[in-house]
Structures are given as C-alpha cells and as structure tokens.
Design a protein around this ligand. Structure first.
Ligand code: NAD
Ligand code: TYD
Length: 353
C-alpha cells in the first residue's frame, strides 16, 4: 500500500469550471499526490483553464470518456488509483431539456462505470474513497421559505437534476450493496473564473461586454443560492479528506438572490467597471419565454459541513462578484475562444427568434 502522502488521485471533469479549480488546488497543495485529470473535453472542457499548472510534475491529463465502459475498466486496472473525485458531467439544465439522453449517458452510465471500476481498487486498498460531486438541484424546488437539508427527500424536476439524482442513488447503492467507501456533496450554484458562458452570471457578463440582450427567463423572480467556486473547491478538499464514509454534505454560502436582483446588481457593477453611463447595461435586460419546469427557489442549509468539518466561505458575494467580473474582463480571449465552434452554433440556434 502507498504511503498517505503518495497517492494517485483521479479527478474527472478537471478541464471544466469547478473541476479546474479542484485540480489546481490539489496539485498546488498536495505535492505528494499525483493528480490524474480525466476529461473528454466536451464543449465545456477547456485545457486553457489549467495552463498555469499543466507542467507540474504531480499532474497528468488523460483525454477519455467516462461513458466508455471498456475504456474505464482498462484505465482503472492500469493506473490503480487511490481515490476518485468525480466531477465530470453534462451540467447545463437548458441543454438537458433539448438532449436528455446525453445526460443519462455521461451522468448516469458514466458514474456507474466509475463505480464498477472502483470496486476492485477498493478491495485492495482500505483507504480508497469514491467522492461524488453533486448538486442541490436533486432536492427539487423550494417555495418561498425553507432550506434544503441533507435529509430532504430527492424530487428532481429537470432531466439534468434527474440524472444527478440517479447517479447519487447509484453511489449510495454501491456503498450499501458492495461496501464501496463513498462520500457525496450537494452544492448550490457556483460562480467565478472559468465558468462557461452559457450559465447565468458568465453569459450575462459576456453579453454586457458585447452590448447584447440579457435574456431573463419568465419574470426573473426565481431564486438561486450563489457560492464562489474557490470556496466550493476548499469544501471539496475538506470533504475528501475529513468527510465521514457514507455521508452526504450540503455546501452553500447562505447567499440567496432573486435572478432579477442579481442581474440588476451585475449591470450596475459592469457599468462602473466599463466606465459606461449608469443604467446603460440594465437597458439590455429582455424578459424571454420561461424555462420549462423552472425550479422556483434553491437554498442550502450548510450547517452540517460547518459544524462537523469547520468549513465556511472565505469571500462575501460582493468580493466574489468583483473578482469574477475582473477575471472575465481580463480574459476576453478565453471568452472568445470558448464561445466559438460548437457552443456558438448551439447558442445561435437557441436564441433565434
Ligand atoms: P462543466 O460543464 O463546466 O464541466 C464538466 C466537465 O466534464 C467538462 O470539462 C467536460 O469536458 C467533462 N465531461 C463531460 N462529459 C464527459 C464524459 N463523458 N467523460 C469525461 N469528461 C466529461 O461543469 P461544472 O459546472 O464544473 O460542474 C462540475 C460538477 O459539479 C458536475 O458534476 C455538476 O453536476 C456539479 N455541480 C455544479 C454546480 C455549478 O453551479 N456549476 C453546482 C453543484 C454541483
Ligand atoms: P443557470 O446558470 O442555468 O443555473 P441553474 O439552472 O442550474 O440554476 O441559471 C440560473 C438561473 O438563471 C435560473 O433560474 C435560470 C436563470 N437564467 C435566465 O434567466 N436566463 C439565462 O439566460 C440563463 C442561462 C439562466
């Protein structure tokens, strides 16, 4: 068995938004770990997100698809990972409405492939652990009050959340049936650098830069609970190392915003950053047809991870948004790059009137 400090850790989806922050944190913090980043590089995966650490001696990239059963079995028998942190997924609700099957393929089949391949490794290594990164969307929608706790029953409403709920259930079932050591965390909406500009905050930042309409779904009175991505990465580090086997941890910053209020704040901040006249970005707000099955409100009760593991967010929303906007303004080349090709075609089709 390898020493504690010398572990081969597989991180899936490390070229994506959250995964890239987790990979960077692990590569920089744990010199004795070798971090293997497995990613299919879909439209959402971009190795530019990791350029600063790609030459690190304790980092390797593997291009591969988690839904390919034979490939995953072969990879696991060759590499003998000591732990898996699983983030690879199709992650955008709107895409799940138009193409649910690709969500079943990656999020459900892909997760089950990783679980199956992990069984052998767990038999040989008592320290092996499978960590599934999940979402609060599995709990469905809240009314105007209340919070999601770890005990809230699952009630997913979108094909995306149904596929994540399915994969969470498989992880739990592999723990119960085969004794696979696992841990799951369910996090609220993340924001920050490297967020693909199809999600609300980066899409709207990009559109404001280019003076394009800001498509607010329905009346905008939907609530999301926002967490800075690096605080999520810190929580993932803690849960991987200190979380109790077979437990679930909810992660969130007690930071609820109605979409329309958030969009107005973003407009004000962007006007100031771009030296535009006050109120000019707000003029871009366009109320458009609502998303089908749109969940009214998400809000996380993060008391358990705070009490048991001592985690709390390190930045306020004001600080996090400021850092995020500055990052996008400095990285417009990144924005131009990721919005070309496949995504551009999708985006054009989606918003064609
Ligand atoms: P993302 O879409 O930015 O990145 C997903 C990554 O997975 C990409 O790099 C993509 O190339 C890769 N991938 C997709 N299909 C693959 C496949 N078949 N094989 C291998 N790699 C594949 O997603 P994200 O926002 O970084 O989310 C990461 C994880 O965190 C997901 O599991 C998501 O459900 C979960 N999560 C996200 C949020 C959020 O607000 N973004 C909140 C809570 C939980
Ligand atoms: P999104 O970033 O897609 O995350 P999720 O659906 O996983 O919460 O959307 C966040 C909220 O913003 C959600 O209520 C839908 C809304 N929204 C818009 O109003 N317009 C948009 O163009 C997008 C992408 C989202």
């Amino acid at each position: 068995m390898k020493e504690y400090a010398q572990k081969d850790i597989l991180i899936t989806g490390g070229a994506g938004f959250i995964g890239s922050h987790v990979v960077r944190r692990f590569v920089e913090t744990y010199e004795g770990y070798h971090i293997h980043n497995l990613d299919a590089l879909t439209y959402a995966g971009n190795l530019e997100n990791l350029r600063d650490i790609e030459a690190a001696p304790n980092y390797s990239f593997i291009k591969g698809d988690i839904s390919d059963t034979d490939y995953i079995n072969q990879l696991f028998s060759q590499k003998g990972f000591d732990g898996v942190i699983h983030l690879a997924a199709e992650s955008h609700v709107d895409r799940s409405i138009t193409d649910p099957l690709s969500f079943v393929k990656t999020n459900v089949l892909g997760t089950v492939n990783l679980l199956n391949a992990s069984l052998d490794l767990a038999k040989r290594n008592p320290d092996f652990r499978f960590y599934h990164i999940s979402t609060d969307e599995v709990y469905g929608a809240l009314g105007n009050t209340g919070l999601f706790a770890e005990t809230t029953p699952y009630a997913p409403n979108s094909p995306y959340s149904a596929s994540k709920a399915g994969s969470d259930h498989f992880v739990r079932a592999y723990g119960e049936t085969y004794g696979l050591p696992y841990v799951i965390s369910n996090c609220s909406n993340n924001y920050g650098p490297n967020h693909f500009p199809e999600k609300l905050i980066p899409l709207f930042i990009n559109n404001i830069i280019h003076n394009k309409p800001l498509p607010v779904y329905g009346d905008g009175n939907y609530t999301r609970d926002w967490l800075y991505v690096k605080d999520h990465a810190a929580a993932i580090d803690l849960v991987f190392h200190k979380g109790k086997k077979g437990e679930t941890y909810n992660i969130g910053g007690f930071n609820e915003w109605k979409n329309i209020d958030l969009v107005r704040l973003l407009c004000q901040l962007m006007d100031a950053k771009l030296n535009r006249a006050e109120g000019s970005s707000e003029k871009l707000i366009t109320f458009v047809k609502d998303r089908p099955g749109h969940d009214l409100r998400y809000a996380i009760d993060a008391a358990k991870i705070h009490k048991e593991l001592g985690w709390e967010p390190s930045v306020t929303f004001e600080e996090g948004l400021d850092l995020t906007i500055d990052w996008y303004l400095k990285n417009q080349e990144w924005l131009d790059h990721v919005t070309s090709g496949d995504y551009k075609a999708y985006y054009q089709k989606q918003y064609q009137q």
